[in-house]
Design a binder for this molecule. Structure first.
Ligand SMILES: Nc1ncnc2c1ncn2[C@@H]1O[C@H](COP(=O)(O)OP(=O)(O)OP(=O)(O)O)[C@@H](O)[C@H]1O
Length: 294
């Protein structure tokens, strides 16, 4: 089997008593798009900096195609966008891209495609970066991460300064990279920001991996929201209905996926006039998994 583009094995980074990541095990499949999610300080940037060789592990390994991430052979195949991209402000966008492309031996075959897609025009690229808006800097950082057609693209919070239109273009860019067989690993605070484009989600909390699942499986984990309308006072509880709450004629609660018994019990309850069962949002699932400390 082909070596995974990313393999973290017991990956640990500490600074004295401070923990960045702790015993992280994570494999990423070739051609996949993985969202790496976690709250502020969860360990996303630390993990990413270990994956691009900017940090050395305290223990364990960060491997790209079975090669330590700090080795030039691994780094040559990666495109990286840091959380806080910085450019030469007096130089034009294009000059900055040229300088960064010169660090690789691959030229910049995808520069025009990425710049066009993200809406960075030739005129924009001719302007000094010091004149760019925050969103334009973010787009330039995305272009530099993908312009040399890397096998693996690692993006640290790539979408946080993009407006809705630019965000859609960004998603299209990620899809194109995946369509040509590239692997993408991107971090975010917000699942809703990346769920459309990711096929797998890994969540970290306090430096530890909480979950690593296909997006579809994550949706299956979530409880369904139930809302039952009665023409009388609803029952205070129904067997199997979690978190029941009565407000006037409305009873709300939650049921686990594929647990139909509480719904049958509700349907058999006298006075029921309407019943809605909403699919859970991935965001809710994330907060549920993340918030309760389990
Ligand atoms: N150089 C350092 N020295 C000590 N602690 C550090 C250092 N760098 C990071 N940390 C700690 O490691 C933990 C993880 O930080 P990291 O930047 O990886 O989080 P993050 O998930 O990227 O957060 P954010 O969403 O806020 O960017 C935090 O508790 C942070 O304080």
């Amino acid at each position: 089997m082909a070596a995974p583009p990313i393999r973290c094995a017991g990956l640990t980074k500490r600074w004295g008593a401070a923990v960045g990541v702790e015993a992280l095990d994570l494999d990423v499949e070739p051609g996949s798009v993985t969202g790496f999610l976690g709250a502020n300080g969860a360990g996303k940037s630390t993990t990413i900096e270990l994956l691009v060789g900017l940090l050395r592990p305290t223990a364990g390994q960060a491997l790209l195609w079975d090669v330590p991430a700090s080795e030039p052979a691994a780094r040559a195949r990666v495109g990286y966008m840091p959380a806080d991209p910085a450019f030469y402000r007096t130089l034009s966008g294009r000059r900055n891209l040229d300088l960064l492309a010169a660090l690789h031996r691959r030229g910049a075959p995808d520069r025009d495609m990425a710049a066009d897609l993200l809406g960075l025009s030739g005129r924009d690229l001719a302007r000094p970066v010091g004149e760019y808006s925050g969103g334009m800097v973010q787009k330039l950082a995305l272009v530099q991460a993908v312009q040399h057609r890397p096998d693996l693209v690692i993006l640290d919070e790539p979408a946080n300064r993009l407006d809705p239109l630019a965000h859609r273009r960004f998603e299209e860019l990620i899809r194109r990279i995946a369509a040509r067989g590239g692997t993408v690993f991107l971090s975010s605070h917000t699942l809703s920001e990346v769920e459309d484009v990711c096929d797998t989600v890994a969540m970290v909390r306090a430096g530890r991996l909480l979950a690593h699942r296909p997006v579809a499986a994550l949706a299956d984990l979530a409880a369904r929201r139930v809302r039952a309308l009665f023409d009388t006072t609803p029952p205070a509880a129904v067997p199997g209905l979690a978190d029941p709450h009565v407000d006037g004629h409305v009873l709300t609660g939650r049921v686990a996926r594929a647990d139909l018994e509480p719904l049958r019990a509700l349907l058999a309850t006298p006075g029921l006039t309407d019943l809605t069962v909403e699919p859970a949002s991935l965001e809710d699932t994330f907060i549920e998994l993340y918030g309760d400390g389990r």
